[in-house]
Ligand binder design. Structure first.
Ligand SMILES: NC(=O)c1ccc[n+]([C@@H]2O[C@H](COP(=O)([O-])OP(=O)(O)OC[C@H]3O[C@@H](n4cnc5c(N)ncnc54)[C@H](OP(=O)(O)O)[C@@H]3O)[C@@H](O)[C@H]2O)c1
Length: 273
């Protein structure tokens, strides 16, 4: 049997990088895609292939997928992992600024899937794994835009699962809590670009130390990598994998408590009361 071919977006860092390295170790043919191709040297030296890809560009995604088909003739699994967090208050955040994030997290996921799905349908099999977040299930103050992008990923993934199951294609969603990757650094860089406004600045000022501390103590990504690999390897994977104590607890709490109690607990925890 030929080796399974996997495309992972966002493989230059974090979950994508570690999943790529683990799959290479397991004998998969791994194509890692990201804009910073220079950050995928380890992936190449361990036997994977690096593709320079911006998931916001049709041209770039089409060229990447074509290259894999030309070289391998198939794509067995796609991990839509490329994404980032940009936070802001609903009243004072520039809409165009947030459109950039939706372009990657939401339309990037759709775009790469649209180029890969015709090949999976022809093969009559495949797995798609989409990276959501705990905030694909709950939303909190200041994280509304990022949460909206991940809620959209959840909705599209549920629809996709129902649409492509008949072609032998599995779709799974990964919902991590906070894990130590490059994610927090990008969030903090993005925060430098927003204006909270006078009324919200004190809330932002108390949120930042909370956020930094949360990520200083965040666990390493192995459990997320394990969930992604399980979603790829199982013939009947779970539809969603919540990973991390905070993700499991947060989603359960939201289900059990009413909105106002949940709001109060979250505002207290995030030092926003
Ligand atoms: N870490 C967490 O706490 C956490 C929690 C829940 C969900 N997530 C989600 O997990 C996924 C992976 O994030 P991570 O934590 O591993 O963060 P990360 O270390 O910052 O990695 C993000 C990856 O996305 C890629 N990316 C960003 N914009 C891109 C674009 N336009 N085109 C192609 N690739 C792009 C980056 O590559 P380049 O910059 O080189 O292009 C990088 O490889 C994201 O979808 C994130 O929202 C993370």
């Amino acid at each position: 049997m030929s080796k399974k071919v996997v495309l992972i977006t966002g493989a230059s860092s974090g979950f994508g990088k570690f999943t790529a390295l683990e799959l290479i170790k397991k004998g998969y043919v791994v194509y890692g895609a990201a804009r910073r191709i220079e950050h995928m040297k380890e992936l190449e030296t361990t036997g994977g292939f690096a593709i320079k890809m911006d998931v916001t560009s049709d041209e770039s995604v089409e060229a990447g997928v074509q290259q894999i088909i030309k070289e391998q003739g198939q794509i067995d699994a796609l991990v839509n992992n490329a994404g980032f967090g940009s936070y802001g208050f609903v009243e004072t955040t520039n809409i165009d600024h947030m459109k950039r994030m939706f372009e990657v997290n939401v339309w990037g996921t759709v775009r790469v899937s649209q180029y890969v799905l015709p090949h999976m349908r022809k093969q009559g099999k495949g797995s798609i794994v989409n990276l959501s977040s705990i905030v694909g299930k709950v939303s909190t103050a200041f994280l509304g835009f990022y949460a909206a992008s991940k809620h959209a990923v959840e909705a599209l993934s549920d629809a996709m699962r129902q649409e492509v199951g008949r072609f032998g294609i599995n779709v799974s969603i990964i919902e991590p809590g906070a894990f130590s990757t490059g994610f927090d650094g990008v969030v903090l860089d993005e925060l430098k670009l927003i204006k909270a406004g006078e009324a919200y600045q004190p809330i932002l000022d108390s949120f930042i130390p909370y956020f930094k501390k949360m990520y200083e103590n965040a666990p390493t990504p192995e459990p997320v990598v394990k969930a992604i690999i399980s979603a790829i390897e199982k013939s009947k994977p779970k539809t969603r994998y919540s990973v991390g104590v905070d993700a499991k607890g947060g989603i359960m709490m939201k289900g059990m408590l009413g909105d106002r109690t949940f709001d109060n607990i979250m505002l207290g925890q995030m030092k926003m009361k």
